[in-house]
Design a protein. Sequence first.
Lengths: 143, 322
Amino acid sequence: MKVRDFVRRDLSAVERDTPVARAIKILENSGLSSLPVVDEEGKLVGIISERDIIRALVPEYVDMLHSASFLPSLDRLARKLREIENHPVERYMKKEVVVARLDDSDLHVADLMLRRGLKQLPVVDEEGHLVGVVRRIDLLSRL
Amino acid sequence: MILTVTPNPALDKFYWLEDLPDDLGLTEEKSALRAEKSMTSAGGKGINVSVFLAAHGIDTVAMGFLGGHTGQIILRDVLARGVGANFVWIEEENRINVVLIVQGRGYHPIHIHEEGPRIPKEALEIFLRKYERMLLRAHYVVLAGALPPGVPPDFYQELSRRARARGVPVVVHAGGEPMLRALQERPFLVKPDVRETLRFGDMPLRTKEEVVAAGRHAIAQGASSCLISHHLTGDVLVSVDGVWEFEGKVPPSAFRNVVGADDALVGGILVGLKQGMDLVESVKYGMAAAVASAKVDEKLCLEKEKIAEELAQIEVQFRGKE
């Protein structure tokens, strides 16, 4: 099976200057765990994930997130979030993005996700335009 | 890719009733209406057009505004039907439209329409940026349906202007002031929604002659072609090349659900155009799609074989250049 057979054709994305607060809202509503960042032509230039935003809030804790006991309180995160909520996502996005293409096989995508520990991959066409995303659940539900 | 814009998406909820009492004051034992069947689907004119196109294997992306739990259901349904989705998320909930269809009266559904959420200025600005991006990949743009609160009446005019600047032909599938204002941006096709008013601006649409006059007025205002329904199974196409009448030879009693038939009509026209048919042949295919859709319970008939069967029932008559 090819990616084109199970790609989620959701073009939910943000631009480089989208404020962090807006990205959080879109993440909440779209059910995606990360958002592609696109340029004026719709070409993929980065990705901003829940984890990237958390990393921006408490860099020293980011590798300990498997246990909330490391956090003294959520107040600190809330204060920090207020500080960065109007910052453009460009400041926190990853610029080197692992992508899938429409003619990639399901096995190739599964391998990428497993090896890189990714929940979701953006899918691009030949010119680099965003055409959708593939989530782990999209693969699992077709097994 | 065909881009559709639905500023006011809806979750359409259909109920089929055996009967609807004349007196809704009702005695206590009759105050509950039991539905024989119900159906729920993402709706709004542009989304319906996209669903039709996707079923015909045509690459299509739907745009508009989504919000709340209803918005999430709409998105899920749109994606499940093979339509690309590029919506702007807002805080308020999308609307739910209820349609009651009484047995034997599928040609006359009862609608309960919500107004829809208020669209904030910030969401409109985000939409326009997304729209500009999508125009770069679009072969046609369909601007469809009523505008929700907060969206200015010149919205379709502005979207038409931007599409025209990029050389993308526009289909305006809407009514009222937003449709009238878009005319000056020279849309390729206008399909006015005249269901509620039976008017085209100030012009009445009671007779075939009045329909033709309204179509000519649309052309004079800038549209390349205008398709107006003058009754359930009859449409008139007016273009700079002449006037054509289309008639579906089907009795209204054959109709089970006419909601969405006009969206199948627009979808069918675009399918025809993408397949290389001329406009008149495309409208004929669209009419067949509309009739086939009205004959099934679902909002849209997506079976090409059933549409092909209806083609033979569509009569086309050229009424001349004048």
